[in-house]
Design a protein around this ligand. Structure first.
Ligand code: FAD
Length: 650
């Protein structure tokens, strides 16, 4: 089943008006495969056959610099084919001979995201002379913490390709906070010094809500001007009088919709129903309000209000709870409190201009010292990494990109192994390395395919979680005058292909300066969550993963252009003239799965699938934020530390 198809169909005249034929910075793709590559050698096989490898690894070539690539990024073409073939069971029948590199390490880490890089850091902290190899299937390190870099109008502009904020529903642990400090990151201090969150409000820009004609009857932008009552905001919209009145009631009235219950009893009731059901069955709102709120949860949860509990959204200050008099305290699922973020680490307000890619870059600087110039958390932002230094034989730590691990096995009896053998696919060749230990910091659902020796119960547990799919698009614009003209800095578009768009947030750090004048070039973030309302969260995630796999760059580009034209057109925006570059970061395997009380059973402590799944087997330990069932950077770090400790204590 595919998600509701909101895509714009190709049409020659419309495409021309949208600028689909403009020579902007993006590569041309056909269903995710580079047309240039396809033309040269026919469309690529599902994974490259042995013998097609270039002699030298791409990352060693002069000028190799993936953060500046545009087009399809995130799970980019070439990064997932071997893994999918392994999943489908036809990898080994096509695979060539395994070439033994004769390389030996103390530790091999699978996955070069925050968790894998942190695992290398923690291991070296305990074993300073250790030799470590980090393998990652992408052409860049960082995992979800990826950097999108643009040269627009002669200046550097940055955006996060995935992981953005140093925040978490829980205070950062001593371990996670300690790692940030060791890397020179003090989020609270950096927030004070570098974040300029008041900049857009200081220009009078606010949030907007875009109602599209297909969902609501007519295109209309609501500008959420402060101090204006909802009745007035909604007056000119195409919504029915009842829907307008009910939205105003939900937003403004302090009504106790659950009279006679204590706060604790109310919370229990709210935890067991979706926000959609709360609005329909408890608030008794007209069903027409649902489309207005449906996508409000997309950014945080990756699914709509049908699949998120009313208690979880209460903690995020969603409307409709003001009269319930709920006592402060965490919502059990998110851990967030209605009072916001707990003290003790992290920060809501600070993020690097490239998000947590800067944390990954600082970790790489720590591991492979001369690959990342500079000395501070501020100068790393504009540092140009020398990728050719990441995998040199003389280095104690080596970082090998474009390398999909297809097997990790204990050598000898897993109860008393004599080491680990790790096999990876790179450029069509299969190579093996040996190590004393291995940390699998990769996506946990892939581990059963890598480690056939795991007990069946553990494999089942690892397969339980289905990661949340997301699309983060970075669009470079010639200027942002249309935003200024319309009075908005971000727009929520509940019925549209992309459910949010926002101007890049303003951060000045080190030598990096965010644009200030609406006449300057600007990056815009657009987010799509390809979910399928009505299914369980895990089923919605599966549907969305297929949707991402089947959507071409061309389709994304057409929808980006059309949506921006419809929302910003009244402010003077012309997609053919104003768009200069597009990067589509696809994350079919995005957020770690967090249990959802609407769909998942309540397991006894220690019996949750992620706990059973992450058990060490011989000399192999399991990390990644998946192993904490929490889609946050602190979880990625904590799980790395646990995995390393398990190995060193064995
Ligand atoms: C779009 C998006 C936005 C997010 N925003 C935030 C945020 O604002 N704040 C926050 O705290 N968290 C955020 N997260 C959550 C994020 O997942 C974590 O914070 C953290 O970055 C996860 O790190 P990780 O190392 O555990 O996993 P990943 O970053 O997923 O790294 C794992 C790496 O292992 C690789 N790998 C998998 N299989 C193999 C294999 N067989 N061989 C080799 N390599 C393999 C993967 O490709 C990947 O590169 C976001 C996630 C996404 C997708």
């Amino acid at each position: 089943m595919a998600p509701k198809d909101q895509r714009i169909a190709p049409d020659h005249a419309c495409d021309h008006a949208l600028g689909m034929d403009e020579a902007i910075t993006r590569r041309d793709f056909l269903n995710g495969v580079s047309i240039a590559a396809g033309a040269a050698g026919g469309l690529l096989p599902r994974f490259a056959a042995p013998g097609l490898a270039a002699a030298a690894a791409p990352q060693d070539a002069p000028g190799y610099y993936p953060p500046a690539l545009t087009g399809l990024r995130g799970s980019h073409p070439g990064s997932f084919e071997a893994a999918h073939a392994l999943r489908d069971g036809d990898f080994w029948s096509h695979a060539g001979k395994i070439v033994d590199t004769r390389e030996t390490y103390d530790l091999v880490v699978v996955g070069g995201g925050i968790s894998g890089l942190a695992a290398a850091h923690f291991y070296r902290a305990k074993r300073p002379d250790a030799r470590i190899l980090v393998l990652d299937n992408h052409d860049d390190f960082g995992g979800h913490a990826k950097r999108n870099e643009f040269a627009v109008g002669g200046r550097l502009e940055l955006m996060n390709g995935g992981t953005l904020l140093i925040d978490s529903p829980r205070p950062y642990s001593t371990v996670a906070d300690g790692l940030l400090k060791a890397l020179g990151i003090d989020p609270i201090a950096l927030s004070r010094k570098c974040s300029r969150n008041d900049f857009y409000p200081s220009l009078g820009l606010t949030r907007g809500v875009f109602l599209d004609r297909e969902t609501f009857g007519a295109d209309h932008l609501i500008v959420m001007t402060d101090g204006v009552r909802w009745a007035q905001r909604l007056a000119q919209t195409p919504l029915s009088p009842q829907v307008k009145s009910d939205i105003a009631r939900i937003e403004e009235a302090a009504i106790d919709y659950l009279p006679g219950l204590s706060s604790a009893e109310k919370k229990t009731r709210l935890a067991g129903m979706s926000y959609r059901d709360y609005l329909l069955n408890v608030v008794k709102a007209d069903p027409g309000v649902i489309a207005f709120y449906q996508a409000r949860t997309h950014g945080e949860w990756g699914v709509g209000i049908d699949a998120v509990s009313a208690l979880d959204v209460w903690a995020f200050h969603f409307p409709g709870f003001a009269g319930l008099d709920l006592k402060a305290g965490a919502a059990p699922h998110t851990g967030y409190t209605a009072a916001g973020y707990a003290e003790g680490g992290g920060s809501y307000t600070f993020h690097f201009p490239d998000g947590n890619a800067s944390i990954a870059r600082l970790l790489v600087r720590d591991l492979v010292a001369d690959s990342v110039p500079g000395h501070s958390a501020e100068d790393v932002v504009t540092a140009r990494i020398d990728y050719s230094r990441l995998d040199r034989p003389a280095s104690a730590v080596r970082l090998r990109l474009g390398s999909t691990v297809v097997c990790a096995r204990n050598v000898g009896d897993p109860t008393s192994p004599v080491g680990v053998e790790v096999v990876y696919s790179r450029g069509g060749e299969l190579n093996s390395v040996r190590a004393q230990f291995c940390v699998l910091a990769c996506w946990n659902m892939m581990i059963p395919y890598l480690c056939p020796e795991l007990p069946e119960r553990q494999k089942q547990a690892l397969r339980y979680a289905v990661k949340t799919p997301l699309i983060y698009v970075s669009v470079a614009l010639r200027n942002w005058r249309p935003f200024k003209a319309l009075g908005v800095s971000s727009v929520y578009a509940p019925g549209s292909y992309f459910s949010t768009l926002s101007l890049n947030q303003v951060v000045d750090i080190g030598d990096y300066r965010s644009p200030r004048s609406p006449d300057e070039p600007m990056l815009v973030r657009m987010v799509r969550t390809p979910c399928q309302p009505g299914l369980s969260e895990r089923e919605q995630n599966r549907v969305g993963q297929v949707d991402i796999f089947n959507t071409s760059f061309e389709t994304y580009e057409r929808n980006i252009r059309a949506e921006l034209a419809r929302i910003l057109g009244p402010g003077g925006f012309d997609p053919a003239r104003d768009i200069t570059a597009i990067t589509v970061n696809r994350w079919p395997h995005g957020y770690a799965y967090e249990y959802n009380q609407l769909f998942d059973p309540e397991w006894p402590e220690g019996q949750q699938p992620h706990v059973i799944g992450r058990a060490r087997i011989g000399s192999i330990a399991i990390a990644n934020s998946d192993a904490g069932a929490a889609a946050y950077t602190d979880s990625a770090i904590d799980q790395a530390n646990r995995a390393v400790e398990e190995l060193l204590q064995s």
